[in-house]
Design a protein around this ligand. Structure first.
Ligand code: SAH
Ligand code: SF4
Ligand code: F3S
Length: 481
């Protein structure tokens, strides 16, 4: 059984007898029957981790429909692009990719090209008008219909299904892991988003928020453990608002409780999650992270801006003080927790003073890591309808560069504090730079690189860190963890 923290201060905050909740619930995941139809599909994924995980659900649906998978699109009867719309650049990348696929269509007109995901949902039928080589357009909630749409397209019709659903979670589908290292896997715990951040296209492309059956999530984690996986990342646009009501018992499972259920699957299984929304991240969740050794001490907590005025315009529903209080709570409850963030530079009406507020916030928090972007207006969003995109591109880019430079300093400063210490690392793969090295992440999600020796992917090792850059730690193994 899981080692429990005995700190009474921590335990008294947890009043959820989850072991009780787990009893008697067995969830059967669907295993795809392999009935070969002689055809192969190829899938390429863009965007967030959820989209990559969706491609694995699509792979399960198509396999069940008799398709085989190929890593070479030249060999594929069905070429799928699972797309992202988050920024204009993301969509341009897909448009360019479709250009390069034109040659395939010329050489093999019978090969079908399908566009899946957020761009399919955003543009719907229009995509067929704009991109002549596309045969199939499928939104994120319509993947079960894919085998039918393929049949339609084979019959010469261009096929579209972009219906959004209030219920679809693909709960019982066991994803087929694509490009897997056999060690780490994603598990989607919810879909959609009900927050209307004014800059964001996701609520339009993914629909309403809904949570997946908690027992199907535990079943998926258990299946992964049985197959030798060592780490799962629970995914949602706003995991802290996870709430699943058991229709039979009316019992409600919240995110803290779900974390515990997954942590109890095996003490050898690391549990990560993303993304936390500052407005919903509760102390209950923080105490749960502190309670279990195998829940990783790492929180991605996107701030977007350090200016309360801009946050209000972004409709993030928290202000700077609220955010800083949440960071203080993390530091208080999980002292060794790493925090990363997302920042947007140059949102509508952002002044130099607003930008300096972001810089000041960064100096206060000193994030381990950050994803940083300049604001890209998205058609149909609240910001596009209501506010002028009035910060010149040159200014957006300059502010973004200042933010990136500062973040690099902070990441380096944080990493330097790890030098000379021993870190427990789960080995994930061969290092990109050298075949002689392996790499994996520590609890705080930092990449650690070390000489291979005789160690194997999937093992937990203790690494003494001897040097670092702003992006990673370097060291040598001092034994198994
Ligand atoms: N659900 C997550 C974010 C998902 S999108 C959350 O709320 O934190 C990932 C990141 O992309 C966002 O956090 C934001 O920083 C960035 N982003 C979203 N829309 C954007 C836009 N229109 N322009 C630039 N960056 C954007
Ligand atoms: Fe977009 Fe906001 Fe939802 Fe994140 S929480 S997906 S930024 S609307
Ligand atoms: Fe992109 Fe859709 Fe994810 S817009 S970031 S793929 S939810």
């Amino acid at each position: 059984m899981q080692h429990l923290t005995t700190n009474t201060d921590i335990r008294q905050h947890i009043n959820t007898p989850l072991e009780e909740k787990r009893q008697g619930e067995v969830f059967e995941l669907e295993q795809p029957m392999v009935a070969d139809n002689g055809k192969k599909f190829y899938i390429e994924s863009y965007g967030c981790q959820m989209n990559f995980n969706d491609s694995e659900v699509v792979a399960a649906i198509l396999t069940k429909g008799g398709f085989g998978v190929t890593k070479d699109y030249e060999q594929a009867d069905l070429i799928l692009l699972n797309t992202c719309s988050i920024r204009d650049k993301a969509e341009q990348r897909i448009r360019n990719r479709l250009r390069t696929l034109q040659t395939v269509k010329k050489e093999r007109p019978e090969a079908l090209i399908g566009v899946l995901g957020c761009m399919a949902e955003r543009l719907k039928k229009k995509l067929l008008e704009e991109e002549q080589i596309v045969d199939i357009v499928v939104g994120p909630d319509a993947y079960r219909d894919l085998p039918n749409l393929v049949v339609e397209a084979e019959g010469g019709q261009r096929a579209v299904n972009v219906l959004l659903s209030r219920e679809e979670t693909y709960g019982e589908i066991n994803p087929i892991r694509l490009n897997s290292n056999g060690v780490t896997a994603f598990i989607s715990i919810m879909r959609g988003c009900d927050n209307m951040c004014s800059f964001c296209v996701v609520p339009f492309t993914r629909g309403r928020e809904r949570s997946r059956n908690a027992y199907s999530i535990v079943a998926e984690a258990t299946d992964l453990v049985n197959r030798g996986f060592k780490e799962v990342t629970l995914l949602g646009q706003n995991v802290d608002s996870y709430k699943w009501k058991n229709p039979e018992t009316n019992q409600v499972v919240n995110f803290a409780e779900l974390l515990e259920m997954v942590a109890l699957v095996s003490p050898q299984l690391r549990v990560r999650f993303s993304t936390s929304h500052p407005k919903d991240m509760t102390d209950e969740v923080l105490y749960m992270i502190a309670k279990y050794e195998n829940i990783c001490k790492y929180i991605h907590l996107p701030v977007q801006s350090g200016s309360s005025r801009i946050l209000k315009k972004m409709n993030r529903t928290y202000d700077r003080a609220w955010y800083e209080e949440r960071v203080a709570a993390i530091r208080r409850i999980i002292p060794d927790c790493a925090i990363s963030t997302d920042i947007i530079a140059g949102f509508c009406s952002e002044t130099e003073e607003d930008h300096q507020e972001t810089i000041r916030l960064m100096n206060d928090v000193k994030y381990e890591m950050a994803y940083m972007f300049w604001y890209s207006e998205r058609p149909g969003t609240l910001a596009a309808r209501r506010y002028e995109d009035d910060v010149p591109l040159k200014v957006k880019k300059r502010r973004l560069q200042e933010i990136i430079n500062l973040e690099n300093d902070h990441s380096l400063e944080r990493n330097q504090k790890d030098v000379g210490k021993i870190h427990k690392v789960l080995i994930e793969k061969t290092s990109k730079r050298s075949d002689a090295d392996l790499c994996g992440r520590n609890d705080q999600n930092k990449m650690v690189i070390f000489p291979r020796e005789d160690y194997q992917v999937g093992e937990y090792v203790n690494v003494l860190v001897e040097s670092c850059s702003s992006a990673s730690l370097k060291g040598k193994v001092v034994g198994y963890a």
